[in-house]
Design a protein around this ligand. Sequence first.
Ligand code: PMP
Length: 385
Amino acid sequence: MTFAALSEIRSGLTALSEQGLLRQRRMLQSAQDARVHVDGRELLSFCSNDYLGLANHPALAAAVAQALPEMGVGAGASHLITGHHTAHHAFETKFAEFVGLPDALLFSTGYMANLAVVTALVGREGEVFGDKLNHASLNDAALLSRAKFSRYAHNDLAALERLMAASTARSKLVLVDAVFSMDGDVADLPALLALCEAHDAWLLVDDAHGFGVLGAGGRGSLAHFGLQSPRIIYMATLGKAAGVAGAVVAAEHDVITWLLQKARTYIYTTATPPLLSAALLASLQVIAGADDRRTHLRELVMQLRDGLQAQGWELLDSATPIQPVIIGSNEATLAISSALLEQGILVPAIRPPTVPVNSARLRITLSAAHSAADVALLLNAMGNA
Ligand code: PMP
């Protein structure tokens, strides 16, 4: 008997391949760093989110090594059963203190944290509002909540205001990437908070790309704007600038306690290995003292933008380490990415559906692990490509 569903998948794969949209993985044979080993070659990498160069930092590695004999490897259970370790708890306490919010809860991933917050705060009778360029996990969270989901054009706060004014929902929640992951621009959080205050809504700030990078001491986008409000739910991922894995939600104490009761992606999953929390505690310390890394990173961003602009590439209005170069067609973007790879440089081609159709781009991300000479090599290769 023919298996129709499998045949459909096979034609789907063929179609993706023909459109240049078949996603494939690359295998790293080294630690995450400015230079990585792939397929036996050393490549200069501009594609990680390891903005501060902490993924392979000795202080974090030492914290893991020290924690291992004490804590073992696996957590063995979910947090509410017997998986919650003093290391997890110590990280949550320190994190809340660090970002100046009353309480915090550790999640296994940012994706799960976003699902948790949205589904715990709104249901069928609620309405969720989101920027069209928000991360997929925020969109999925809105869908999972079964609330009405209204999206507005990127940064169009007038459109958001109209939607909020027209809403009759019992509870409202605005979702936003503080730093947009594919464009690198920073959301106008003060204006968003003002709208939330005017229309009695929650504001979920996804600071995946801002925590560690923006704000005094790397405290993130809320610190960058000097914002504080009980309406704000702050979500930082910990696998990017923090160099480890996981995510943390910080908010009012009662909101955190509510998440602990209601967040299915917290309750029904095994706790992360506690030794990762030991690494995260070390990471917080490094982040707080990493002004030199952040200054170096800003200088690299300026060097790259100046050089690319001089070569005539189309850039976006981004002052963050996320520096997209807009190409347009999938094929041309792939061709430039391949030309860079031939020159020993790894820059990913980002295509739809991750970004809008006809806006395929090279997504260059910089890290404090890069040197000015590394950026000069990239500029030279871009000139050749
Ligand atoms: N939010 C944003 C804006 C992201 O870029 C990402 C990861 N790419 C996530 C959430 C998900 O975080 P995690 O990788 O920890 O699941």
